[in-house]
Design a protein around this ligand. Structure first.
Ligand code: COA
Length: 414
């Protein structure tokens, strides 16, 4: 790559179980303080920012361009262009790739990339007929004309439609797909529970020894701003293999192995990273924690093993980086489900060589920390860069599976 893109710093809001501390907020309420904190903590002049890109998977109908509203709300100049991307759980990774591309093309020198998701605030839709009736009524000129369309209303028209975490093309939920992957790849319940156990154990350790807390910003909860949320609330310190083994399967109650314990939970949160062209960073006196070396996306048929995109994206990113899997010293692998992590590791080991599990998700993963869909990629990238610095690791890899059968992989270097 011509020149390099440096990761200056990253931060995120606490990640919270949906319906808890952030239940009255929106993704924008979370993205704003996150971007503001990123700017304040890096002490950049907001006027340096050339663009902001954010990911969001279930956009708000009121503020569909999250990046634009987050930038304005966080105090970036109105002249900073912004766009929002959706590559499912890899959306923030895509945002990082978009900003990195702009820097590499010479279109930008400084950019913010991240994302936000608030599953406490999913849009609940009226039925199509109800919506048509409401639109018709809103256009009517008299009270009688306004009421007339409602005569067509049937009781079933009142049933609301909620978005499902399912593939539009197949109707399969993510959980059902994870179950299928476990069965077809011979991933045992014990292996899945072991991954979940390590996720909680390692996340708790990284919080206690002070590695993760500096990545968090505090969120003062509107409208009164009296409650301050400053910690994740999903990590279960009391998780044991015995307790995990007792949980019933959720997505195939009779023969399944995917449980609430070895799945990622529905989560609210936002995360962002600051990216800078290497020369500009040096000129301004910043030392990037890591550099973007290469990235790749790939896609598989969603009707097959839905969450196997990383099996193809990782070799592609490694090839672009001119590296082998053995060169990677640290891995941040998005844990949608333990069955998906084990399936992707299995695929890499078959084609690329062994993976030292002690180097995977050393600060815990999405099962323990949660996965605000649009934000997770920025969490993974920040944590990887910071841990690479602590360990003086030369190369690290981020891998994310995503709805639609997609996979994203990015190699970082120091
Ligand atoms: C799996 C899922 C359905 C579970 O939802 P849920 O039922 O609300 O889960 P809960 O957290 O309430 O857990 C259910 C039970 O398991 C227990 N449990 C969960 N994790 C546990 C752990 N690590 N150790 C011990 N017990 C655990 C809970 O205490 C709870 O027990 P209770 O019923 O006695 O209160 C939900 O998290 C989900 O849909 N996840 C998938 C998200 C997804 O699709 N991600 C991928 C996107 S690519």
């Amino acid at each position: 790559m011509p020149g390099r893109v440096g990761i200056i710093t990253g931060c995120r809001t606490p990640f919270a179980r949906s319906g808890t501390v952030f239940r009255d907020l929106s993704a924008l309420d979370l993205a704003k303080p996150c971007v503001r904190e990123l700017v304040e903590r890096s002490e950049i002049d907001p006027a340096w920012v050339d663009l902001i890109v954010m990911g969001q998977v279930v956009p708000s109908v009121k503020a569909p361009n999250l990046a634009r509203e987050a930038g304005l709300g966080a105090g970036l100049p109105a002249s900073v262009p912004a766009h929002t991307v959706n590559r499912a759980c890899a959306s923030a990774n895509q945002a990082i790739a978009d900003v990195a591309s702009a820097i590499l093309l010479g279109h930008a020198e400084v950019g913010i990339a991240g994302g936000g998701e608030c599953l406490s605030d999913v849009p609940i839709l009226h039925s199509r007929r109800m919506a048509q009736i409401l639109v018709e009524a809103s256009k009517a000129r008299s009270l009688v004309a306004r009421l007339k369309p409602f005569l067509r209303l049937r009781p079933r028209d009142l049933v609301p439609e909620t978005p499902a975490i399912a593939e539009p093309s197949t109707g399969q939920t993510m959980g059902q797909s994870a179950e299928r992957m476990a069965k077809e790849n011979g991933i045992t319940r014990a292996e899945q529970d072991e991954i979940a156990f390590c996720s909680h154990r390692d996340a708790a350790a990284a919080i206690d020894d002070g590695r993760l807390p500096p990545e968090l910003c505090r969120v003062a909860v509107p409208p009164r701003y009296e409650v301050l949320v400053d910690a994740d609330n999903l990590v279960r310190r009391d998780t044991t293999l015995e307790a995990l083994a007792k949980l019933p399967p959720v997505f195939d109650r009779n023969y399944g192995s995917v449980t609430a314990g070895n799945s990622s939970p529905l989560t609210d949160g936002a995360a962002a990273v600051l990216l800078m062209k290497e020369e500009r960073a040096k000129a301004e006196g910043y030392e990037p924690i890591a550099y973007v070396k290469a990235w790749a996306v790939a896609a598989v048929d969603p009707a097959g093993q839905l969450l196997m995109g990383p099996a193809l994206a990782v070799p592609k990113a490694l090839e672009r980086a001119g590296l082998k899997l053995a060169d990677i010293e640290l891995f941040e692998v998005h844990e949608a489900f333990a069955a998906q992590v084990a399936s992707n590791l299995q695929a890499w080991e078959r084609t690329l060589g062994p993976v030292d599990r002690e180097r995977v998700n050393v600060c815990g993963g999405s099962i323990a920390l949660g996965l605000p869909f649009g934000a997770t990629g920025a969490r993974l990238t920040t944590t990887l860069a910071n841990e690479m610095k602590r360990r003086s690791a030369r190369f690290g890899l981020v891998s994310v599976c995503a709805q639609g059968g997609m996979g994203f992989a990015m190699v970082l270097e120091r």
